[in-house]
Write a protein that binds this ligand. Structure first.
Ligand SMILES: Nc1ncnc2c1ncn2[C@@H]1O[C@H](COP(=O)(O)OP(=O)(O)OP(=O)(O)O)[C@@H](O)[C@H]1O
Length: 251
């Protein structure tokens, strides 16, 4: 069974009873998750919990064993930085335009393609650097290129894999603001992260995943240490719960 594309679905994403196996082993089972337009959901779990696998299943890159996946249109995807070929000799402008046109068999980019690519580059703050080869960019700039590539398709559902890893503070701030704007515009957002503090401030909901969904709710509803024990398989630290507690220690 593969991910279905359903533009008529009013949800950004619906995942029902999904199971996925890789290399003959069950990696995800009984996964249920729904994301409404305008919601930003942080997907949190230990290494090997199946976070990237879930994103890849939603993208239709790997088949599910059972269950249903419905995305509103084709999702925009921001992969981890190492998944993109940075030594390919193209400019930022070409890399972003290419994200819009690459899946088409024939035809030069249309005016709409160019406008959407330029808008995406503008939104990530790279307009001044649009003619620069991608191989010359810093880690933070590369992350912006990946976000612009995802946005060039103007997706109703945006999936991001560890968007805050290895980026500098200005890029983090730009991303936080951009994700908030996209949510206001009705984009449904699902992002994996290991940064609990960032998730708490950026996400309207947090989904704790460890092969299946352990808990799903607003950050302040996930202060129960037992949930973290089940999601991470270790005794939760006070820091975890204080970060996610409504009376959290962050000031
Ligand atoms: N191609 C594969 N064949 C077999 N097993 C795989 C394959 N890819 C991933 N796995 C296994 O699937 C499980 C889930 O991996 P996944 O990358 O989805 O976890 P994750 O939650 O994203 O982890 P991390 O936080 O480390 O990125 C892991 O146990 C991993 O070893």
């Amino acid at each position: 069974m593969r991910a279905k594309d359903s533009s008529s679905d009013t949800k950004g994403l619906t995942v029902e009873s999904v199971a996925v196996s890789l290399g003959g082993s069950r990696v995800l089972h009984d996964v249920d998750l729904a994301i409404n337009p305008g919601e930003t959901v942080g997907l949190i779990g230990p290494n090997g919990a199946g976070k990237t696998t879930l994103l890849r299943a939603v993208l239709g890159l790997i088949p599910t064993d059972t269950g249903t996946l419905r995305a509103n249109g084709r999702p925009g995807y921001v992969p981890q930085k190492h998944e993109f070929t940075w030594d390919f000799p193209i400019t930022i402008a070409a890399a972003v335009l290419n994200a819009r046109t690459a899946t088409r068999w024939l035809g030069a980019p249309t005016r709409t393609d160019r406008e959407a690519a330029a808008e995406a580059i503008e939104r990530v703050g790279l307009a001044e650097l649009a003619r620069r080869p991608v191989g010359e960019l810093s880690g933070g700039q590369r992350q912006r290129v990946l976000v612009a590539r995802a946005l060039a398709r103007r997706p109703a559902l945006l999936l991001l894999d560890e968007p805050f890893t290895g980026v500098d503070v200005p890029t983090q701030e730009l991303l936080v603001e951009l994700l908030a704007q996209l949510a206001t515009e009705g984009t449904a957002i699902l992002m994996t992260t290991h940064d609990l503090a960032q998730a708490q401030s950026t996400c309207s909901r947090i989904c704790l995943l460890n092969r299946t969904v352990i808990a799903d709710g607003p950050p302040e509803a996930l202060a129960d240490p037992d949930l973290w024990l089940r999601a991470f398989g270790v005794a939760t630290s006070e820091q975890l719960t204080s970060i996610l507690s409504p009376k959290g220690a962050r000031t």
